[in-house]
Design a protein around this ligand. Structure first.
Ligand SMILES: [Zn+2]
Length: 302
């Protein structure tokens, strides 16, 4: 079902439209639009009145869009197991579907992915500005959104402190690390935070996929929601990834920080695979083997 090539926004949207059309178990909607007007897909699995939910998010960073394919592989496997009343890791998918909602945002940064795969585009209204931020037309290492904001520094967690650090280090709009004007200044992060606030009454846990390092971050400056330690140990065992504490610029403005500090939700940043970003796409199968059990099991850990 998944083609052996990296997805951009157009191919993702087409794939999800077709999948949801032919498989009613897949509910497709959009949480908002990116800076350049690309709709941000949300897939919802699970029955309407399922009492608990989890959220999976991929590809804050454009160079890490192999993570989109990880969630698509999970989604297609879930659908095929559901339709044959099958199980994965002793979890019957039909039973899971009744008990848990799984919200999936497979590509939170579609514009950044487009820049990296196909360049900024001739008709991009901010073309000259973005080329200047990037220092040239080679976008192969671009991580940020369309206007040079690193989405995983744009959440409301230690934001003012990070602004000071940015000043000290001369970090401005560009391919990575710039946090934006204010928390949720970017339409992508605002859309995701609106979703989170909406689903908060049932939301039990969140996994955000990045690459690379084979590491799991589960705390924010020592703050730990009640179940975080217990769940992090299970996730570490399943993936064989190491548990880590964030350091330096990774301590500010990330989605995991925001969820832990503002909402007290157990949240995990999973750095998939090992190598240099962007990881080669042919590592997809190996990395999926690492994270597969985690993705199927996470919803029932709460
Ligand atoms: Zn990342």
């Amino acid at each position: 079902m998944v083609k052996n090539e990296e997805m951009n926004h157009a191919s993702l949207k087409k794939f999800l439209s077709e999948l949801s059309f032919s498989h009613p178990v897949v509910q497709l909607s959009y949480i908002g639009e990116s800076v350049l007007g690309r709709e941000i897909p949300l897939v919802t699995l699970g029955e309407q009145n399922a009492p608990k939910s989890v959220l999976y998010v991929a590809t804050h960073h454009a160079c890490e869009s192999i993570c989109t394919s990880l969630l698509i592989k999970f989604l297609t496997e879930y659908v095929s197991l559901y339709e044959k009343n099958g199980s994965s890791y002793q979890i019957n998918i039909n039973a899971l579907h009744k008990m848990r909602k799984i919200y999936i945002v497979p590509m939170i940064n579609p514009d950044g992915v487009e820049y990296r795969l196909n360049g900024v585009g001739e008709n991009n209204p901010i073309r000259e500005r973005v080329i200047a931020y990037n220092g040239g037309e080679d976008f192969s290492l671009w991580q940020a959104n369309a206007r040079g904001v690193d989405l995983n520094h744009n959440y409301n967690a230690f934001f003012d402190e990070y602004k000071e650090l940015e000043k000290e280090r001369g970090i401005t709009q560009g391919r990575t690390k710039f946090s934006g004007e204010y928390p949720e200044s970017e339409p992508e992060t605002a859309a995701l935070c609106n979703l989170i606030r909406y689903i908060l009454p049932t939301l039990e846990g969140v996994i955000t996929l990045h690459t690379q390092g084979e590491e799991i971050y589960y705390s924010s400056r020592g703050k730990l929601p009640k179940k975080s330690v217990h769940v992090s140990k299970i996730l570490s065992k399943m993936t064989r990834y190491n548990l880590c504490e964030p350091s330096d610029t990774a301590c500010y403005g990330g989605l995991t920080d925001y969820l832990i500090t503002t909402h007290d939700i157990p949240s995990f940043t999973v750095e998939c695979g090992r190598g240099t970003n962007p990881l080669p796409y042919d590592m997809l199968g190996k990395i999926y083997t690492d994270v597969r059990e985690m993705l199927f099991t996470f919803p029932i850990l709460f």
